[in-house]
Design a binder for this molecule. Structure first.
Ligand code: TK8
Length: 334
C-alpha cells in the first residue's frame, strides 16, 4: 500500500514537473489569411509551422488559415494587422508599397536571377533591414516565404518579344513599379486586387495577368487563359506578417516559438514550391495552353528596355535601398 502511494505520488510529481514546460503558453487562435488557395505550397508551409508550434506550445498556439482572400485581399488584411484586429497574413510585398515604399525594391524588374540569390538577400542583413521598416509600420515579419518568379499568361496571342505586349490589357498588382514596367513595354496595365483576377480574365475585362506557375495552376487561371510566356520578369517574396499590436501582448516564449516555427514553415514551403513549379507547368500544358519561353536574347532586350523603371523609382524606394541591394547582388554574383 505504502509502495503504491509512493508510486502514485511520484507519478503526480512527474506530471506536475512536466506541466510547467508549457506554462508560458496561453491558448491562442491565430488567424492567417492568404489570397491563394490551400493547395498552394503555402498550405504545406502552414502545416509544417503548425506541427512545430504544437510541439513547442503543447498545442496551445493554433493557426487558423483562411484561403482565397476570405478575410479580404493582401492590402486589406495587412491594414487589419496594423490596427490589431487580425493576427497574421501571408502577403506579397508588392501591394504594401504605399505603407513601406522601400519594399518596392523587390518589384524592380529582373532584379533576382535565381531563387538562391533571393534567399541570400532576404534571409540575410538586407532582409533584416526591411523587417525593421515593417516593424516601424506595426508589422512583425516572421519570415520571407516564397511566391516566386512571375510569368505572363494571356488569352490573345503568344508573347515572344516585347513588341507583343502592345495594347494588351494586363492586370498588375496595386503597385506603381509593376504598372510602369508593363506600360513601358506597351501594355495597357490595369492595377487590380488578386481576388478579382479570375473573373476579370473570364469575362475578358482583361487579357492577361502575371504570376508564378504555381499560382496560375492553383488559382486555376489556366482555365481562362490560352498562352503562357516564361518571362521570369520578377521574383516577389511572400511576407509572413504578424500584427505588432497583438504580438507585443504575447509572452517571450510564444513570440520565440512563432519566429522559429515560421522559419520551419518557410523552409517547407520553399521546398514544395520547387517541385510544384514543374508539375504546375505540366498541368498548364496539359490543359492545352501554348507555353513559350523567352529566348535569352529577348529577355536581355526586355531587361534593357526596363532599366528606366529603376531610375524612375529609385528616389521613392530610397537610393540607399536600391544601391544596397545591387551592391549585395554584385557581391553574391562574384
Ligand atoms: C495572393 C497574392 C498573389 C500575388 C498577386 O494574395 O496579387 O498577383 O502574386 O499571389 O499575393
Amino acid at each position: 500500500m505504502r509502495k503504491m502511494l509512493l508510486a502514485t505520488t511520484a507519478i503526480a510529481f512527474g506530471l506536475s514537473a512536466a506541466a510547467p514546460a508549457f506554462a508560458e503558453f496561453n491558448d491562442r487562435n491565430i488567424r492567417v489569411s492568404n489570397g491563394i488557395n490551400e493547395d498552394h505550397p503555402v498550405g504545406n508551409g502552414i502545416k509544417a509551422m503548425q506541427a512545430c508550434l504544437d510541439e513547442k506550445s503543447g498545442g496551445k498556439l493554433k493557426l487558423t488559415a483562411f484561403w482565397g482572400g476570405a478575410l479580404g485581399g493582401d492590402l486589406q488584411a495587412t491594414q487589419a494587422l496594423r490596427s490589431g484586429v487580425q493576427e497574421a497574413v501571408v502577403t506579397s510585398s508588392s501591394p504594401l508599397v504605399g505603407i513601406i515604399p522601400a519594399l518596392g525594391v523587390f518589384d524592380l524588374p529582373f532584379l533576382f536571377a535565381s531563387p538562391e540569390e533571393a534567399y541570400q538577400v532576404l534571409d540575410g542583413e538586407f532582409g533584416d533591414m526591411m523587417s525593421q521598416k515593417l516593424e516601424e509600420a506595426g508589422l512583425v515579419n516572421l519570415g520571407y516565404w516564397e511566391n516566386g518568379f512571375r510569368n505572363l499568361s494571356n488569352s490573345v496571342r503568344p508573347v515572344t518579344k516585347w513588341e507583343d505586349f502592345e495594347g494588351m490589357k494586363v492586370r498588375v498588382m496595386q503597385n506603381d513599379i509593376f504598372l510602369d514596367t508593363f506600360q513601358n513595354l506597351g501594355a495597357n496595365a490595369t492595377p487590380m486586387a488578386f481576388g478579382e483576377v479570375f473573373s476579370a480574365l473570364e469575362t475578358n475585362a482583361i487579357d492577361a495577368q502575371e504570376n508564378p506557375y504555381v499560382t496560375i495552376d492553383t488559382s486555376k487561371f489556366y482555365e481562362v487563359q490560352k498562352y503562357v510566356t516564361e518571362t521570369n520578369h520578377a521574383y516577389t517574396p511572400f511576407l509572413f506578417l504578424f500584427s505588432k499590436a497583438i504580438f507585443d501582448t504575447y509572452t517571450p516564449e510564444e513570440q520565440a516559438a512563432l519566429r522559429e516555427c515560421a522559419i520551419v514553415g518557410r523552409d517547407e514551403e520553399r521546398k514544395v514550391i520547387q517541385d510544384l513549379n514543374k508539375k504546375s507547368l505540366e498541368k498548364i500544358k496539359e490543359a492545352g495552353l501554348e507555353v513559350n519561353v523567352l529566348s535569352e536574347e529577348e529577355q536581355a532586350r526586355i531587361r534593357e528596355k526596363s532599366m528606366v523603371v529603376y531610375e524612375k523609382h529609385k528616389a521613392t524606394i530610397g537610393a540607399d535601398v536600391v544601391d544596397g541591394i545591387l551592391a549585395k547582388l554584385e557581391e553574391i554574383r562574384k
